[in-house]
Design a protein around this ligand. Structure first.
Ligand SMILES: Nc1ncnc2c1ncn2[C@@H]1O[C@H](COP(=O)(O)OP(=O)(O)O)[C@@H](O)[C@H]1O
Ligand SMILES: Cc1ncsc1CCOP(=O)(O)O
Ligand SMILES: [Mg+2]
Length: 269
C-alpha cells in the first residue's frame, strides 16, 4: 500500500463543503448512546443539519431509507439497540444512504468489538474514532481507557489507512490533529483544543457531523475532513470565549452556528 504524506485541508475546500452542507441541511438518522443524545442533536442543529433519534426496530428501516445519512454509535450498546442498528445499516445500504460508524471503546469489550467487526463487513461510508478505537478496529491494539484514547492520532495513522483500505470507508482518526484517509490520500485538520476532551460527547457529536457531511457529498474524503475541520475550528474558537467545560459547551454550539465560508480565516486563527 503506497501511503502519501498527509496534507492540510485547504480552507477553500472547507468553504465549498460548508456552503454545500448549509444549503442541504441534511436529515440525519442518529442511533447513538444514552450519554450524548442531547449534545449530538444540538451540535447538528447548531451546525445546520436536522437530527432525528429514531430507535424502534419498527421504525428504523423506513427512516434510515429516507434520511440523508445515518449514524451508528455503539457507546452504550445493548441487544435491542444493536438489532435496530443492524436493521438501519441494511436499510441504508439498500437505499444508497451513507452511514457512519463510531466504534466507541472498541477493543477491550468483546460484545461491542464483535458487533463493530460485523458492522464494518457491511461497508460503512465513514468511520470516526479516537486513536485507540481506530487501532483496535484495525486489529492493531487492545483499545483505550474506557471511551478515551491512550494514544495520539499520529500513532494510529497506519491503522487508519489499513482500515480504509480493508473496508472502503473514509476513516477519520481524531486527536490533537485529525487525520482523514481513504487509504491512499490523507488529509489533516490541525484545529481544536484539549478542552474538547473535557466535555462529554465532542467525539460522538463529531461522528454525527461526519455523517451529516457525507449526505449527498460529491467527494467523501473532503466531506469528512470538512466535518472534522468545522468541529476543530469551532472548539478552538470557543475555548477563547469560555472559562472551563461548562461555558465551553455553549460557546462551542455558538461557534458551530456562526462559522461561515466567509469567516474561516478569523475562526481558524
Ligand atoms: N489534544 C487535543 N487538541 C486539540 N483537539 C483535540 C485534542 N484531543 C481531541 N481533540 C478534538 O476533540 C474532538 C473529539 O476527539 P477525540 O477526543 O479524539 O474523540 P473521542 O471523544 O471519541 O475520544 C475532535 O474534534 C478532536 O479534534
Ligand atoms: C462516557 C460514555 N460512556 C459510554 S458512551 C460515552 C460517551 C463518550 O463520548 P465521546 O466519545 O464523545 O467522548
Ligand atoms: Mg468517542
Amino acid at each position: 500500500m503506497s501511503a502519501s504524506t498527509p496534507t492540510t485541508l485547504p480552507l477553500a475546500t472547507l468553504a465549498q463543503e460548508l456552503a454545500r452542507f448549509r444549503a442541504a441541511c441534511p436529515l440525519v438518522h442518529v442511533l447513538t448512546n444514552e450519554v450524548v443524545q442531547e449534545i449530538t442533536a444540538n451540535v447538528l442543529l447548531a451546525a445546520g443539519a436536522a437530527p432525528a433519534m429514531i430507535v424502534a426496530e419498527e421504525e428504523v428501516p423506513t427512516f434510515a431509507a429516507i434520511a440523508g445519512a445515518v449514524l451508528i454509535n455503539v457507546g452504550t450498546l445493548h441487544a435491542t439497540r444493536l438489532a435496530a442498528m443492524q436493521q438501519a445499516v441494511t436499510a441504508a445500504s439498500a437505499a444508497g444512504v451513507p452511514w457512519t460508524l463510531d466504534p466507541v471503546a472498541v477493543g477491550a469489550l468483546k460484545y461491542r468489538t464483535d458487533a463493530c467487526q460485523a458492522l464494518i463487513r457491511q461497508k460503512p461510508t465513514a468511520i470516526r474514532g479516537n486513536a485507540s478505537e481506530i487501532m483496535a478496529l484495525a486489529g492493531a491494539g487492545q483499545g483505550g481507557r474506557g471511551v478515551d484514547s491512550t494514544s495520539g492520532s499520529d500513532a494510529a495513522l497506519d491503522a487508519a489507512r489499513f482500515l480504509a483500505h480493508e473496508t472502503g470507508a473514509i476513516v477519520a482518526v481524531t486527536g490533537e490533529t485529525d487525520y482523514i484517509t481513504d487509504g491512499k490520500t490523507t488529509l489533516a485538520t490541525p484545529w481544536g483544543h484539549p478542552l474538547m476532551t473535557r466535555v462529554v460527547g465532542t467525539g460522538c457529536a463529531l461522528s454525527a457531523l461526519v455523517a451529516a457531511f457525507t449526505a449527498g457529498a460529491p467527494n467523501r474524503l473532503e466531506a469528512v475532513a470538512s466535518a472534522c475541520a468545522m468541529a476543530g475550528m469551532a472548539g478552538q474558537y470557543a475555548q477563547k470565549q469560555s472559562h472551563g467545560p461548562g461555558s465551553f459547551k455553549g460557546a462551542f454550539l455558538d461557534a458551530l452556528y456562526h462559522i461561515q465560508p466567509e469567516n474561516l480565516l478569523e475562526i481558524s486563527a
